[in-house]
Every structure is written in structure tokens, then in C-alpha cells.
Design a protein. Structure first.
Length: 436
């Protein structure tokens, strides 16, 4: 069994969706096809939801009406004169009636989650009909019927395994279509795997079914050695280890969802990033094999908050860090980077939701300073392979970039630097020139 996930751009136009049908048909054997919403749709649904949250219902309705018109045009192009066009427009009508109904409701978390789910529900419906219309027999299973979150809003692999196997036992076709992103939470309500979550859907399915491979089809020819949106002359990496890919995804390489490598690594399912626009390109193979090369790639994660706690009580004191960590634990706020000195500890978080309360509690241990709008720059590779010289190259290239924190040695795969967001572009470009 192979898992083939196609992102928003890959299904974002009728022509692209037709090409996806070709790519899926070219594979042999049982395969599960995970689809994102058409590109831009989830952003639009978020915008509708935000208008609802702000009690701006007419504005929400206007955005939904415009989206519906785009979908009609899409369906005309995808199905042409075939009778399927009518059936699929009726399906779109049902979805947009539901969106209207949700806009009318009192806004709450379930209204939000139901709105956000509609993109993948539509894309999979259209694609399934298009495949069957063109003689490629396929069936659909609904993500909300198997993808399950636990009380911590993390995927429950056990429940998901049982549920998906029960559904697959009923399926005859070799090609099975399903929605990325969508999940059900521990209370049975509609939920999702957070933005970009279709990658996570694919690797969770790959892991629970112990698939031979998960393919992430996207709009670029693999994981590049730096962020191609910011840095010039980046190039794709042929191979990465699970650890390296995991660090890059977590620290901002948008091509993969931050957590999607974890289930694949757990069950040693290789992940291949492929380009829908250039299917013969090699792409990136992510596996348990650690290839040579000290520095492989650089990624950057924005919207980081740095917190420094300074206290003379820290000198020679044990238990100080424990107390600090307990504060973050009690607000369920993960820490990304940490550095310490004799009298201070600095750490970073990417979720400032409980920042005020965290600062109030930390203040009992010392003076607290907070820097917003920071960026973690993460340099990934096998640093012990060639441990001489990497550090000096990094610091020489950044000699005029102010560094707020440096973290080295936490794992052999990662050197992290914290810079203020305004210095990110400059730092990424300079590191790129000196390291590659
Ligand atoms: P999809 O819709 O297929 O999920 P995404 O937009 O989520 O696609 O991810 C692909 C995009 O990620 C690329 O177009 C590229 O701009 C961006 N990206 C950021 N960092 C990297 C990187 N290191 N390698 C490749 N792509 C990257
Ligand atoms: N459609 C969702 C998003 O835009 C999930 C995904 O595309 O991976 O975040
Ligand atoms: Mg994505």
C-alpha cells in the first residue's frame, strides 16, 4: 500500500487535478490518495470564520458567495459537458448552504471547525467523481470517520488504526480517496490537524497501515537546502534522514507539516517529496539512512517569543530550572530553544497564548525580559560528520547580524540561532553563501 498526498496547488486548477489523476493512475496496486483543499480555499474559510467571530455576518456571506462562483467555474472546466458537472454543482450548493447555515449560527469552536473542513470535503468529492468518470475506479473514505485526536489534541494512532482498518475492509477499489487535514477530537466533534495538516494525515495513515511509502506531492521538486521563498539559488536535497527532515519541518520548512515526520519515523515508513509539475524529478527521499555531509539545509521559524529570567538566586542553586519548566508545563506551552548562564536562563516559545500569565509566574523567580518577533534559524545536518569548521563558518558569515541566542549540541543534527525577525532574510542569505 502506498499513500499519495497532493497539496493545494497540486489540485488548485482543473488542469492540475487532471494531472493528479494521471499520476495516481500511473501507480500500481492499492493506494490511498490524500487531498488538500483547492489552493486558497482554507485561507478563505479562515477569513469567513474570522468575520463570523467578529459578528460580521454579511461580510462572511460575501466571501462565501465569491468562493462559490470560483468553484462553479472550476467544475465547468473539470467536467466540461459531462453530466457530472450538474451533480457536482449540486454538491457544491449543499456545501455552501451548510456554510451559510454555519454563518447564521452563534459562533463557537464547532462552527469554526465545521467551516474549515469544507475545503477538503469538496476537493475529494470532485476528484472521486472525475476519476470514476474517466474510467479509473475509486472509492472515498471520510477522514472524520477514522482520523481521531486524543485529549491532548494529538492524533491517537491506536483508535485511528482500528477505525481505518474497519473502513478499508469494506472497500473494493484499488484507489481510495480521502481528505487530508480533517479529524475528529476526543469529544467526537469536528477538528483538524492544524494548518498544512494534510501532510500529517498522509504520514499518520502511512504509519498506522505500515505502508511501503508515503508520497508528498507538492509544487516544488523536494526539500530545498534553504527557504526558496527568501533565498536565491537553493537546490533540492536527494536524501534526508528522518531526524534531519523532522528538524527542518519543525523549524519552518513549510513544504512539510511541523509534526508529520514523527509517525513515519516511528514505523520507519519512507517519505518521498515529489513535484506534481515535474513528476519525473527525483524529489527528496526521507528515510532512516543518515547520509554524509555536515550541513544539509537551513530553515527558519518566525513569530518566536524569547524570554529571559535573570536571578542571582540561580547561582549554585539546584531545582531552579525545574521550577521554571513547571510554569511552561502548567500552561501547556512547549519550549523550543534554551540557553543558560550562571545567573540567567533564556528560552523561546512559539505560542504566546498564555504569555502574560507565564511572565507573572516567572517574575517570582527573578527579573523577566521578553523579546517579541524573533526568528529561530535552524542549521541541519550531521554535525559530527565533519565537526571542524562549521561553527567558524556560521559565525564569520554572521559577524554583522546580532545573535540573541545560540544552541549547539542538543542533537547532532541541529545548530539553532535566534535573531530578530528583521535580520532573518540577511542571515539566511549569508549563511547560504558561506555554508553551501
Ligand atoms: P502544499 O500545498 O503542496 O502542501 P506548501 O505550500 O504547504 O504546499 O509547501 C510547499 C512550499 O513550501 C514551496 O512552494 C516552498 O515555497 C515552501 N518551502 C519553504 N521552505 C522550503 C524548503 N526548504 N524546501 C522546499 N520548499 C520550501
Ligand atoms: N487545507 C489545509 C491548509 O491549507 C491543509 C493542507 O493543505 O495541508 O492548511
Ligand atoms: Mg502544505
Amino acid at each position: 500500500m502506498k499513500i499519495m498526498k497532493f497539496g493545494g496547488t497540486s489540485v488548485g486548477s482543473p488542469q492540475r487535478m487532471k494531472e493528479v489523476a494521471e499520476i495516481v493512475s500511473a501507480e500500481q496496486g492499492k493506494r490511498i490518495v490524500v487531498l488538500s483543499a483547492l489552493s486558497g480555499t482554507t485561507n478563505t474559510l479562515v477569513a469567513i470564520s474570522e468575520k463570523c467571530a467578529a459578528s460580521q455576518k454579511p461580510e462572511a456571506r460575501k466571501i462565501a458567495d465569491d468562493l462559490k462562483i470560483k468553484y462553479y467555474t472550476f467544475l465547468d472546466d473539470l467536467f466540461g459537458d459531462a453530466p457530472e458537472v450538474k451533480a457536482n454543482k449540486e454538491f457544491a450548493d449543499e456545501v455552501f448552504d451548510l456554510v451559510d447555515h454555519l454563518i447564521d449560527q452563534n459562533y463557537n469552536d464547532q462552527v469554526n471547525k465545521m467551516l474549515l473542513a469544507q475545503g477538503e470535503i469538496m476537493s475529494t468529492h470532485f476528484f472521486t467523481d472525475y476519476m470514476n468518470m474517466t474510467g479509473r475506479k475509486c472509492e472515498m473514505i471520510m477522514a472524520a470517520d477514522y482520523m481521531t485526536l486524543d485529549e491532548n489534541a494529538e492524533p491517537s494512532l491506536n483508535i485511528t488504526t482500528t477505525k481505518i482498518n474497519a473502513l478499508l475492509a469494506e472497500v473494493q477499489a484499488d484507489v481510495i480517496i480521502t481528505q487530508g487535514y480533517i479529524a475528529r477530537n476526543a469529544s467526537g466533534g469536528m477538528d483538524n490537524l492544524r494548518r498544512g495538516g494534510s501532510d500529517y494525515t498522509a504520514t499518520i495513515i502511512g504509519a498506522v497501515l505500515k505502508s511501503e511509502e508515503v508520497q508528498i506531492w507538492t509544487d516544488i521538486d523536494g526539500m530545498h537546502n534553504n527557504d526558496p521563498r527568501i533565498v536565491q539559488n537553493t537546490h533540492p536535497l536527494a536524501n534526508l534522514s528522518f531526524e534531519e527532515a523532522s528538524e527542518l519541518a519543525y523549524f519552518g520548512a513549510k513544504v512539510l507539516h511541523p509534526h508529520c515526520i514523527i509517525p513515519a519515523q516511528l514505523h520507519e515508513v519512507p517519505v518521498r517529496i515529489k513535484n506534481t509539475m515535474d513528476p519525473t524529478a527525483h524529489g527528496t527521499l526521507i528515510s532512516a539512512i543518515q547520509g554524509p555531509g555536515a550541513v544539509k539545509a537551513i530553515a527558519a521559524k518566525d513569530n518566536i517569543t524569547a524570554i529571559k529570567i535573570k536571578s542571582s538566586r540561580m547561582v549554585m542553586a539546584y531545582g531552579f530550572l525545574k521550577k521554571i519548566f513547571e510554569v511552561f508545563e502548567s500552561y501547556r506551552t512547549p519550549i523550543d530553544m534554551i540557553t543558560t548562564s550562571e545567573i540567567a536562563v533564556s528560552l523561546t516559545i512559539d505560542n504566546p497564548e498564555h504569555l502574560d500569565k507565564i511572565i507573572a509566574e516567572l517574575s517570582q523567580f527573578g527579573k523577566v525580559e521578553v523579546d517579541h518577533q524573533q526568528t529561530i534559524i535552524c542549521i541541519v545536518g550531521d554535525m559530527v560528520a565533519e565537526h571542524k569548521g562549521v561553527g567558524s563558518k556560521i559565525f564569520l558569515s554572521l559577524d554583522d547580524v546580532p545573535l540573541r541566542m545560540i544552541s549547539y549540541g542538543g542533537s547532532r543534527n541541529n545548530i539553532s540561532l535566534l535573531v530578530s525577525e528583521e535580520h532573518k532574510k540577511d542571515a539566511l542569505q549569508k549563511l547560504h553563501e558561506s555554508l553551501f
